[in-house]
Design a protein around this ligand. Structure first.
Ligand code: NAD
Length: 354
């Protein structure tokens, strides 16, 4: 297969982790006889420095043309003045809305080799395999905002169309898994949640009768994610709740550095990125964990290019590298020396047999 992949390394550790993900993608290309064209563009702080714009026209054009986009991370202290009118994160929001990626997918899987890196007891971690589907382009993040000296307002709006499309995406994904969906809302308090719940009830009964649906209030979901995480399969929710629950769920797996994400539009063209930020505290030292970005590349192959076998091969290779003790400082075992970013890339390539 041939594909154009947009490569946006960004700031801080972004270029370091991206370099390893690209080595892995190139190895997959060779091993499975594909041809990927990689086109690089600037985003975030480095784009502000170069073009005065965190999402320059050339980057916008690439995002519109590419089959999928792989992103490192954006931001850093150099650009974090809260009074500044131009900020790196605007590049991310601009890109998400330009690509129309309304569903953010975050898989949360636990693995015995990483139990020791989680703050939770290992008996809570057995068999956790959750896919969180977060609505990404609606809700309070995009509603009207007002501010006076003594009051502030963030409007949270959802339309039927916005709710239905993300619920359908979750329904399709549930069919590739254990066919269980938990829809998370706050329908005892919020009008948007009452609309969300009634649409979910109707839509799944009508279009996905083979999928089992449960509803949970977000406060209960936050608790159940820590007490009975293994019971969840697909968890679908609105933008703000999803933002909070996915960070909470990441703690089940051990480290921020391990987790990938995909943001998809209706055509399954997507933006793929690790869930961590630019980690300015460790940038430039070659010690960042590249696994979240490498696993994001695996999600890219699965969701945008339909290459399931190749995606699984990368996922197995990453876990083999970790099991073999090739671990950066964030997941290092007590008394064992941590390895660097490049060494993890080497171990993944070796496990891949490429
Ligand atoms: P962060 O995720 O960058 O770092 C949090 C902590 O986790 C740090 O101690 C960091 O060293 C560690 N960490 C993160 N990724 C790691 C990795 N791959 N390997 C090892 N350790 C890792 O979050 P932050 O410190 O709150 O934010 C730093 C900057 O990143 C800010 O400018 C923020 O706006 C930006 N940010 C960007 C994104 C994104 O690009 N999507 C997401 C979150 C934060």
């Amino acid at each position: 297969m041939e594909a154009l992949i947009g490569v946006l390394a960004g700031d801080g550790i972004g270029p370091e982790v991206m370099a390893e993900a690209l080595r892995v993608l190139k190895a997959v290309e060779n091993k499975y006889q594909h041809r990927f064209v990689y086109e690089e563009a600037l985003i975030g702080g480095i784009a502000i420095d170069t073009h005065g714009n965190p999402f320059p026209d050339a980057t916008r054009k690439l995002c519109a043309e590419a089959d999928a986009v792989l992103l490192g991370a954006v931001g850093g202290p150099k650009w974090s003045d809260p009074d500044s009118k131009i900020r790196p994160e605007q590049g991310l929001l601009g890109m998400r809305s330009a690509m129309g990626v309304f569903a953010n997918l975050r898989p949360v899987q636990t693995h015995p080799a990483l139990y020791a890196s989680s703050p939770l007891r290992s008996e809570r971690l057995h068999g956790v395999d959750i896919l969180v589907v977060r609505e990404l382009t609606g809700g309070a993040y995009f509603g009207k905002k007002e501010r006076t000296a003594d009051s502030a307002t963030d409007v949270c709006t959802y339309t039927r169309m916005e709710i239905e499309r993300v619920l359908r995406m979750a329904g399709e994904l549930a069919r590739t898994r254990r066919r269980k969906i938990t829809s998370v809302d706050k329908a005892n308090v919020l009008e948007t949640s009452r609309l969300w719940r009634s649409i979910a009830t109707e839509l799944y009964a009508r279009e996905y009768p083979d999928v089992q649906l449960d509803h949970l209030y977000v406060d209960a979901a936050a608790m159940h994610l820590l007490s009975r995480a293994a019971d969840f399969d697909v968890l679908v929710t609105e933008n703000l709740f999803g933002d909070i629950l996915t960070d909470e769920a990441s703690m089940l797996t051990g480290s921020l550095g391990m987790l990938p994400s995909a943001s998809l539009n209706a055509e399954k063209r997507g933006l793929y990125e690790p869930i961590h930020g630019s980690a300015p505290d460790i940038a430039g030292r070659g010690i960042a964990n590249p696994c979240g970005t490498i696993l994001s590349a695996a999600m890219l192959l699965r969701h945008s290019l339909g290459l399931e076998t190749e995606a699984r091969a990368i996922e197995s290779a990453v876990m083999a590298a970790v099991e073999n003790g090739c671990r950066t400082a964030d997941i290092a075992l007590p008394g064992k020396a941590a390895v660097g970013t490049r060494a993890v890339g080497d171990a993944v390539l070796q496990a891949l047999g490429a």
